[in-house]
Ligand binder design. Structure first.
Ligand code: PEP
Ligand code: MN
Length: 357
């Protein structure tokens, strides 16, 4: 249940109402929107009559029961206002959200060496990316495939952060590694295979680093939102949803089906920011630009794209990785799409020439 306060309600009145409700054995969560404050009531509200809540104060505009299974991540929970995930990187504040410029994330599937990750970071930074992605711990289908360099790769990521000032996004695969990963990552990725790992989701919710939560490869939108709800319910409201394609009957030509319809659908269901990963979504570098541009046109808040200095030699996901020059070109094309759909504020034009490092 949420209480929507009238605009300009005095803070002291919001405080009084919150205290009163806390005595009813409910947890109170306040979100401050652009125009209004919304008070969320967490706990068993089944028996609670909205009229009893309404009677608490003449400053209450509306009391709304949230009927959906997911509560805190639902659009209603913030009375329709989008949320913003703010991250302070060495280069400055970067914000993910519907009202913010599109945030570009790029980098290799796996961190292969310090030299490689630092060089890639420099190139994607020149192209306009704000975050470097790269896996230290890799969830691979085969136990014989490259599993990532683990802790040493975290150090390489720290070196790339230090030398470029880019924010770092890297995946955590289990609870035991969470603290180590959080020391280096500005945003922690929970991958498709772990979207259903509820103990990991709870632990990710009990620490403060933002989470990029990928959609499970066979997860429904509702299951995905409920996974996000686990993180938010455990205390961390900084969650970004990332679509990376779902399994279908036809994997002959693409690795997954990139479900871009989630963009308008999630907009109606949740206030959380939406990222799109066309690299895992298609599995082929050739198809990435078209889907990246489509994602921008459809209103994605962030794009995550795999970029490798030498895709043919990559230890994982080479076939879907762009070369830095291709990424640079794609960034310029995404800017044009953004401008063409009339949303000029959402991408800042990128420098035209990529210098070689
Ligand atoms: C990745 O981002 O490299 C990755 C393994 O992604 P996913 O969990 O979407 O497969
Ligand atoms: Mn990958």
């Amino acid at each position: 249940m949420i209480i929507v306060m009238k605009p300009k309600t005095p803070a002291i009145e919001i405080q009084r109402i919150s205290e009163e409700i806390s005595c009813w054995n409910l947890i109170v969560e306040k979100s401050i929107g652009q125009h209004q404050v919304v008070i969320g009531l967490i706990g068993d509200t089944v028996e609670l009559e909205p009229s009893r809540v309404q009677a608490l104060s003449p400053f209450i505009e509306q009391v709304v029961r949230i009927e959906k299974a997911f509560k805190r991540v639902s659009r209603e929970f913030r009375h329709g206002e989008p949320s913003t995930v703010s991250v302070t990187t060495p280069n400055g504040l970067v914000q993910f959200g519907e009202d913010c410029p599109v945030v570009q994330i790029a980098g290799p599937c796996s961190v292969e060496s310090e030299g490689m990750i630092v060089a890639t970071a420099e190139k994607i930074k020149q192209a306009g990316a704000k975050f470097l992605r790269g896996g230290a711990y890799k969830p691979r289908t085969s136990p014989y495939a490259f599993q990532g360099h683990g802790e040493s790769a975290l150090e390489f990521l720290a070196a790339a952060r230090e030398s470029t000032g880019l924010g770092i996004i890297t995946e955590v695969m289990n609870v035991a590694d969470l603290e180590k990963v959080a020391e280096v990552a500005d945003i922690i990725q929970i991958g498709a295979r772990n979207m259903h790992n509820y103990s990991l989701l709870k632990r990710a919710g009990s620490q403060s680093k933002p989470i990029l939560l990928k959609r499970g490869m066979c997860a429904t939108i509702k299951e995905w939102l409920l996974a996000a709800e686990y993180i938010v319910a455990a205390g961390n409201s900084n969650v970004i949803l990332c679509e990376r394609g779902v399994r279908s009957f036809d994997s002959q030509y693409t690795r997954n089906i990139l479900d871009l319809s989630v963009i308008p659908v999630l907009r109606t269901l949740t206030h959380l920011p939406i990222a799109i990963d066309p690299s895992h979504g298609t599995g082929s570098a050739e198809y990435v630009p078209a889907m990246a541009k489509a994602a921008i046109a459809a209103g994605a808040d962030s794009l995550m794209i795999e970029v490798h200095p030498n895709p043919a030699q990559a230890l994982s996901d080479g076939p879907q990785s762009l070369k830095p020059e291709q990424y640079q070109e794609l960034m310029a094309a995404m800017t044009r799409v953004s401008q063409a759909v009339g949303d000029r504020t959402r991408l800042t034009p990128q420098p035209a020439v990529l210098t070689t490092v």
